[in-house]
Design a protein around this ligand. Structure first.
Ligand code: PRX
Length: 659
């Protein structure tokens, strides 16, 4: 698989990828955007980019107070969009559909054990209003932070929408994160309310969310005044009379009407923590107005979202994809979304395909890691189900290798359906590069070209644009766009340093390397910073290192990524111990303990696949860890690089696991 190769090998493999799949005439004929529309959108965006976005913002979003200022650049790179306009995200996602689409399903939900619930727009609106009133009754007001730590159920969407309705800023923490990660995020956000559940149901197990929440709060989190607990599993849980409130009891006392809080466009809609190159996750801050514009518009352009669609984005609500393409984008378009709480292979490898058949899913959007995992289980699983409701497929989160792309195309798409490989980030808020399904010929493994209004470029080490095609370098976005992150919560300096400073505060530095081919198509080659992409989830190497060194036996740790057939990348840790290095069974026991320790510190997704206990880490004479060497070793490559600056060259054999 090409994605299991080094960047150089990846590059040569994608450069050999010449297959071109033009959009089908049948799809294009009915599509919202065909080649001619795309061309005119691009032309309009090129001529007056800010005016182009202002037009879309008026067309796609309902404003209580219309804006007159489209873009305020005075504090660039802290850009502000639609500043004097006022709106509300929940009104845009719910209220404005109540007339024509009130009885239309907004959410079709299926749990792992097969329980199905359907919420119409009217019902969803009522529930959101009740929770919003419940939050208000607790004294929560505009600008207060609410952390949501929920299973992937409709209640998570309700919680987000309820916050948006009253102008509270939500911060969703993925249910797979540990108590300690939850605590860090609550503290950084200064949240006063936590919304959680007794547990979630996944992979045949119960995910003990309340237990983790209790543990997070027991260690501090002085700001939390109330914990609202949704009873999903009905399991026995500890109950703290001072803090805990039952979701159902709270909502039972509330009215189904709640006047929205009209907020200025720049009012933060949410914070979402993501990994960076230090041990501390960054609270990415998104706005209300600008964020909604890109989330809503991209659903129409990229997914061709139509009134009759059943849209299934498999991402958990805890990630940006779950924000933009489960909650805000599709609901702003009055679509029907599907939410599935469980694992893809429960009770068997046909589960995803059965869900598509049973719910007549028309658009399916998932991650390459899921595609690769399902591909390995065999074609007989998808072939056993009727997938004829599908009309569009999507991919997100990491580079999709041509082999997985072709399988998706052949076995799921029956060689007819368009595939949109969408490149974007937590920070960009919405899709930045993707094929337009009725217009763009696709190539397996390429996210093709930027969307109208988005301008990207390739620059070299010095920030100079690399001219022409068939070139590579750092990926940058050259003009501001409405759904861009506004800052890092409580750390604007880090915002500027991370995303702007490298190339003179003029362009947004994405942190990815890219190749632009002869047709001007983009191929994402991977991160240029110390961020790993494990199963489409972002993890900072420093975060894992900090987790490891917090174990009493660990002296030092260095973490790198290594290619993995299914996950894309896997975590590989080199660890030195305090005192003697254990061997044999003692070493195996420690490795096991360390893996569990990392899971406890961060979450199961961060568990290293490999931990190698060594006497020393490879350092230069100035004391710098030679990470490039460790990356080569983790990949099992021949060591060709110069190791003469290594303080202790004899360590190499041990690092390679040879002694
Ligand atoms: O490296 C890119 C990769 O995922 C990173 C962003 O991760 P995150 O903020 O967690 O958001 C993931 C979901 C939007 C990017 O810097 N990435 C995302 N989509 C793609 C991708 N790499 C290649 N192709 C993609 N389609």
């Amino acid at each position: 698989m090409s994605n299991t190769k080094t960047p150089e090998a990846k590059l040569s493999s994608v450069m050999e990828e010449n297959r071109l799949f033009p959009p089908s005439a049948e799809f294009s004929a009915k599509a919202r955007v065909n080649a001619a529309t795309l061309e005119s959108l691009r032309a309009a965006a090129a001529e007056d980019t800010v005016g182009f976005w202002a037009g879309l913002a008026k067309q796609h979003i309902s404003w209580q107070t219309p804006f007159t200022i489209a873009l305020d650049e005075r504090d660039a790179p802290n850009y502000r969009w639609f500043t004097d306009g006022r709106t509300n995200a929940s009104v845009n996602c719910l209220d404005r559909h109540l007339g024509a689409s009130g009885d239309k399903p907004a959410i079709r939900f299926e749990g792992e054990t097969g329980d199905v619930r359907i919420w119409t727009y009217t019902q969803l609106h009522a529930e959101v209003c009740k929770l919003a009133n419940g939050l208000k009754s607790l004294g929560i007001a505009k600008g207060d932070r609410v952390v949501i730590y929920m299973p992937h159920t409709p209640e998570a969407v309700i919680a987000m929408q309820a916050c948006a309705r009253i102008g509270a800023i939500h911060s969703v923490v993925f249910g797979g994160f540990s108590a300690s990660s939850l605590r860090d995020r609550i503290e950084d956000a200064g949240a006063t309310v936590l919304i959680t559940a007794d547990g979630g149901k996944r992979g045949g197990h119960i995910v003990e969310l309340k237990k983790a929440a209790d543990e997070a709060l027991s260690g501090g989190c002085k700001t939390i005044e109330h914990v609202i607990v949704f009873k999903r599993t009905g399991q026995a849980i500890a109950w703290n009379e001072q803090l805990d409130l039952d979701w159902t009891t709270l909502l039972a006392q509330q009215s189904e009407r709640c006047e929205p809080e009209w907020v200025e466009a720049e009012h933060p809609l949410f914070l979402l923590y993501t990994s960076g190159s230090t041990g501390k996750p960054k609270g990415i801050q998104h706005s209300t107005g600008g964020y909604l514009v890109n989330a809503a518009v991209s659903c129409q352009w990229v997914f061709d979202l139509q009134a009759s669609d059943v849209f299934w984005c498999t991402a958990d609500i805890g990630w940006i994809t779950g924000h933009s393409y489960v909650t805000y984008g599709p609901l702003a378009n009055a679509a029907t979304i599907l939410i599935y709480e469980g694992a893809p292979t429960v009770p068997d490898a046909g589960r995803f395909w059965k869900i598509i058949q049973d719910h007549q899913v028309t658009i399916f959007y998932t991650a390459p890691t899921a595609i690769r995992a399902l591909m390995r289980l065999g074609d007989e699983w998808p072939e056993a189900y009727d997938l004829s409701s599908l009309r569009l497929l999507g991919s997100v989160g990491e580079p999709i290798n041509p082999e997985a792309w072709m399988w998706y195309h052949r076995v799921i798409g029956k060689e007819k359906l368009p595939i949109v490989d969408t490149w974007w980030q937590t920070e960009t808020g919405a899709i930045m590069m993707s094929p337009i399904p009725g217009a763009t010929p696709t190539k397996p493994g390429s996210c093709t070209q930027p969307l109208p209004g988005i301008f990207v470029d390739v620059v070299d080490e010095s920030g100079t644009p690399v001219e022409g095609n068939n070139v590579g370098g750092y990926l940058v976005i050259t003009k501001p766009w409405p759904s861009m992150l506004r800052t890092i919560w409580n750390d604007n300096e880090r915002y500027i340093k991370t995303y702007w400073e490298q190339f003179g505060n003029k362009v947004y530095v994405a942190g990815d390397s890219t190749h632009r081919d002869n047709d001007g198509y983009y191929w994402i080659l991977g991160r240029t910073d110390d961020v790993l992409n494990v199963s489409g989830h972002r993890l900072g190497t420093m975060e894992v290192e900090s987790a490891l060194v917090s174990h009493p036996r660990v002296a030092e740790a260095a973490v790198v990524g290594r290619p993995h057939e299914v996950k894309g990348e896997a975590v590989f840790a080199f660890v030195t111990c305090k005192g003697r290095r254990p061997e044999g069974e003692e070493a195996a026991a420690l490795v096991k303990e360390l893996r569990e320790h990392v899971a406890k510190q961060i979450g199961a997704i961060a568990k290293p696949d490999d931990i190698r206990l060594v006497d020393n880490l490879p350092k230069t004479r100035s004391g710098k860890i030679m990470r490039r060497l460790l990356r080569s070793i983790a990949k099992g490559e021949e060591i060709t690089q110069d190791i003469s600056t290594l303080e202790n060259p004899a360590i190499v054999a041990q690092l390679q696991g040879k002694e």
